[in-house]
Write a protein that binds this ligand. Structure first.
Ligand code: UDP
Ligand code: MG
Length: 322
């Protein structure tokens, strides 16, 4: 086993107030990883915990240098915690999972086996979600079913379970994907835009034993807003004028047509326009249309700044020979 500089596997754990779970998690995770027989590192990202999560992690790091700990200055959210882990991960395969033991570590080998088949991303599918209990049926399961359906429909990537944190990524994907907002659940969809191959593997799921969930029903709304952004980024981010401009032109044409119709009424038939709500509509459509076109042009400028300021190519390369 090679425990020297670069490990083969990196496990990224977002940790926010999980002190009670930490000892149990590592007691299960480390033997599982050892049994795989590949060198590994664990990157625990303490996302501004207010309990003694960090102290517990530091203890484990003392005993086992394969466990690296990153402590964020405040609570930045799970997506940011993943991003901090991804930036530091050195393994060829990066595995993410929750730190609350809801994802059993014993499922990791199955994810890795699927990766060996040549996939770039393997996502867990929690087939046993009923283990969460009936109490969460309306607050979590139903919203999550709707969210999964909406994400599939909007992104065109069909997975059963986007909310599962247990996932494996090849290093390039983990490195290249930029995460914002609450976006971690859209990583497969974003990745597919870059031509990455994705598979799903059924995984087990457990109820939380210690600590509390950090999310409530409010998450659903955030997911929907993020979904809008993702959809836009995936389809129009390099040509925003195509969508804003199109909507703008339609509004301008409609507004102009209604305006011409009213003008004809006025001058040919002498109809008074003072009590015509249609006139308001015409003016509004025209104004909104012009605004939309201008917005599209501004977005074009923003997109250019976005890609060029980070030297971000508008394509993704799988490999290069020579
Ligand atoms: N988490 C985090 N920062 C946050 C919220 C959550 O790092 O702001 C971590 C949390 O410690 C856990 C994982 O993200 O390891 C998933 O959170 P949680 O279990 O609360 O979500 P749920 O399983 O209820 O969807
Ligand atoms: Mg959880």
């Amino acid at each position: 086993m090679n425990t020297s500089s670069t490990p083969e596997l990196s496990v990224v754990l977002p940790v926010y107030n999980e002190a009670e779970n930490i000892p149990h998690l590592f007691a299960e995770l480390i033997p599982t990883l050892e049994s795989i027989g590949r060198s590994f590192e664990i990157i625990a990202v303490d996302d501004g915990s207010r309990d003694d999560s960090f102290a517990r992690l530091a203890e484990i790091h003392q005993r086992d240098p394969r466990v690296r700990v990153v402590r964020l200055r405040r609570n930045f959210g799970q997506t940011a915690a993943f991003a901090a882990g991804f930036d530091r991960a050195r393994g060829d395969v990066v595995i993410t999972m929750d730190a609350d033991l809801q994802n059993p570590p014993s499922d990791i080998p199955r994810l890795l086996a699927k990766m060996e088949e040549g996939y770039d991303v393997v996502s867990g599918w929690r087939v046993n979600r009923w283990k969460e209990g009936l109490g969460t049926f309306f607050t979590r399961r139903i919203p999550s079913t709707i969210a999964n359906w909406a994400i599939s429909t909007v992104t065109g990537v069909y997975l059963h379970d986007y909310g599962c944190s247990l996932k494996a990524y090849c290093r390039d994907v983990a490195r290249e994907i930029r995460l914002y907002g609450d976006m971690h659940r859209f990583v497969p969809a974003i990745a597919s835009y870059y031509g990455v191959s994705i598979a799903e593997v059924p995984v087990d799921y457990r109820a939380r034993r210690y600590g509390r969930s950090k999310y409530g029903i409010g998450r659903t709304i955030r997911v929907i807003l993020d979904l809008l952004t993702v959809r836009f980024l995936l389809s129009y981010s390099t040509r925003p004028i195509q969508i804003f401009g199109l909507m703008g032109l339609i509004a301008i044409i409609l507004g102009t047509a209604i305006g011409l119709y009213l003008t004809a009424l006025k001058f040919l038939y002498g109809v008074s326009l003072t009590e015509r709500p249609l006139l308001l509509l015409a003016i509004m459509l025209f104004t909104v249309g012009v605004q939309l076109v201008l917005m599209g042009l501004l977005a074009e400028l923003v997109v250019r700044t976005y890609f060029e300021s980070q030297n971000k190519p508008i394509y993704a390369v799988r490999e290069e020979l020579g």
